[in-house]
Design a protein around this ligand. Sequence first.
Ligand code: GLU
Length: 402
Amino acid sequence: MSTVAASAVPTAQPVATAVADGRRLAASRRLVVKVGSALLVEGTTGRLKSTWLDSLVEDLVALRAGGTEVIVVSSGAIALGRGVLGLPRRALKLEESQAAASVGQIALARAWSEAFGRHGVTAAQVLLTLGDTEERRRYLNARSTFATLARLGAVPVINENDTVATTEIRYGDNDRLAARVATMASADTLVLLSDIDGLYTAPPAQDPTATHLPVVDVITPAIEAMAGAAGSELSRGGMKTKVDAAKIAVAAGTAMVIASGKRQHPLAAVDDGGRCTWFLAARSPATARKTWIAGSLDPRGALVVDAGAVTALKAGRSLLPAGVAAVDGAFERGDCVRILDEAGHELGRGLVAYDRAEAERVVRRKTAEIEAILGYAGRGEMIHRDDMALHGRHRGQEDETC
Ligand code: GLU
């Protein structure tokens, strides 16, 4: 067996286990790759490691060509900016980090844009704060931006908006940010590239008996304890934030890989059997998201749908305004609402794309009429099928992602 369970004593495993078991990045439909600052920026000179970046972008472009949609989460703004500003090599104060980030982010975005551009691929800069991922309205907006960029063939390159994020409202590390991005985008795999090639039973630099874990199938307290001590990264996140990221990812159905970026073509290396650690997800992202919608949200209202809409929903389609007969409750855009048939039976739940007042104005109206009614081009769906969980199983329900 290649996995570690709660009671098992971890043992060394052959390095090619994940590949032998069929776990490959190239098999992902949507992949998020997080790049640590120390990989992208020379510690002593503050210069961009452009040869390495080019090799990573070649891997990403090859994955795209094979049908994998890619999203990048890139650190490095502060490291690049501090070099430009000539800030001292000590821990920076918050306001110094923010100033450095605002200078470095320009260079960082340009580097990614040029590296992708050489392959004819468009990069898109997205700067997020904690609120953008934790507040439902903003979460839905960010999610739909990712989906639109994907449709238009652009690769999102995401970083935290360090310039405005103060201590209380910031992630502070891109490991957990990347995990939230992966769950928002319903990615099946997240890769954290850093200066360590995975999780060890103890810090390998200090303990010669430390063994590498190729696969973690459950994040037990024993696994967390291993992370507590290990890791020596230059960037903010150590091994602890990586395991915290893994917990966020796997709970939402996203598998996570910790792999070393201290080599050229680091993603190709993972698929060639290079040493790394896979944290396995028990469920697919679509199933996990629908379970979350169905079970853990407090519905704020209800939409009553007509018979035609019931048939459409059961066939796996989105709920359009035309199929809604009535609305109930005080809900905001992004809130969870119950979906009822005309006899009052609950068919399922979903995240509604309009607030109560707007919803009332567009019910029973054709999607093409929405802009004229509201004065802006709103969403075509009242509840998108990706944001809906019907009770019981219906065709199309399990397979949908954004
Ligand atoms: N957002 C920070 C930067 O771009 C990096 C945070 C981290 O290293 O995790 O410099």
